[in-house]
Unconditional design. Structure first.
Length: 216
């Protein structure tokens, strides 16, 4: 599987979003991970479609938009229009899963579903034929900088065994060491926040992440 690194803008300097995006682009990021939180589905509030639309104007890297909101179906048009390339929503949300997936695809974006740590990965199986990606949270969603939950690795293994061709993304506590475990389990798309933005050399950080995931 093609290894992709998706730096999480949640760990970036929000006062300098354009330069942070350019930093990621120049460092070889494959995707830009954008966390959208509504303060209800998760206990935090971040950015919305207008901010993403402004960011899209200054960045050529595909946008990997992660909706941690209660009713994602209501907002798919907004995020598609803002420039999302991949839209991920939570299977635990209040929106109908099939309807939301179909809406994402109709809007011309790739559809992805995410599961929280306590959700059985098998809940995704009935929808996998319509999905481009599945996001497995390796921390409880809501805040950056949390520690990696190694007990999520069996979920990755189970999903990869069942669906060998789907992109499997992991988000939470990913660094140069934990990425090895996730890649060995079958993940190929990695959200990295602090590992990239807290690094003195983001390009080296991304190269190391890819190397440790087995790409280089």
């Amino acid at each position: 599987m093609n290894i992709k690194i998706s730096p999480s803008m949640l760990a970036s300097d929000f006062a300098n979003l354009e330069s942070e995006l350019k930093k990621c682009e120049g460092a070889g990021a494959d995707l830009i991970h954008l966390d959208v939180m509504d303060g209800c589905f998760v206990p935090n509030i971040t950015i919305g479609a207008p901010v993403i639309k402004a960011m899209k104007r200054v960045c050529g890297v595909p946008f990997d938009v992660h909706l941690m909101i209660e009713e994602p179906l209501k907002y798919i048009d907004d995020f598609a229009d803002a420039g999302a390339d991949i839209i991920t929503f939570h299977i635990e949300s209040k929106s109908d899963t099939y309807e939301t997936i179909n809406k994402i695809i109709k809007c011309g974006c790739k559809a992805s579903v995410s599961v929280k740590p306590k959700t059985d990965i098998e809940e995704v199986f009935p929808f996998a034929d319509k999905l481009s990606m599945v996001l497995i949270m390796t921390v409880e969603p809501g805040f950056g900088g949390q520690s990696f939950m190694c007990d999520m690795l069996p979920k990755i293994e189970k999903l990869r065994a069942k669906f060998p061709d789907i992109d499997i993304e992991v988000d939470g506590g990913i660094n140069s060491e934990t990425i090895k475990e996730c890649a060995a389990a079958g993940a190929n798309v990695f959200v990295a926040g602090s590992a990239v933005f807290k690094s003195e050399n983001p390009a080296n950080a991304i190269e190391t992440l890819k190397k440790n995931a087995g790409m280089i």
